[in-house]
Design a protein. Structure first.
Length: 125
């Protein structure tokens, strides 16, 4: 399916708007992490790492179709490809580590709740 120029420009506009909103969110995460020391926990640190990787992916999305139009040998296309290839897997790994850290931090409470439900033990006793 071939897209018209107007359709491509519409897609690029949405892509760049989404990438811009993502960058604003990432910088809010950076500011929050730096400002509030109480929020500097292991799960939030992993979220910070995922956000750092998201900067690369969002930058590549801001480049948009311009990298493709510049052609394979161009520096713009090479940088865009590098950013996408390096930041997306790093982001997925950081999110996976976040999920693992969340399961460990809530693991004790979940185990206690299961033991209360299955054995009938009271919380106080």
């Amino acid at each position: 399916m071939n897209l018209t120029v107007d359709q491509r420009e519409t897609i690029q506009s949405f892509e760049r708007a989404g990438a811009s909103l993502s960058l604003v969110g990432v910088f809010l995460i950076f500011i929050t992490y730096a400002t509030f020391k109480r929020l500097r926990t292991v799960p939030n640190t992993f979220m910070l790492f995922a956000s750092i990787a998201n900067v690369g992916a969002s930058t590549a999305c801001l480049i948009g179709y311009s990298g493709v139009l510049a052609g394979d040998p161009s520096a713009l296309c090479q940088v865009q490809g590098f950013l996408l290839e390096m930041s997306v897997p790093v982001s997925f790994n950081a999110l996976r580590l976040l999920a693992v850290s969340q399961s460990y931090s809530y693991g004790d409470e979940a185990t206690n709740i299961k033991s209360i439900v299955y054995t009938g033990d009271s919380i106080l006793g």
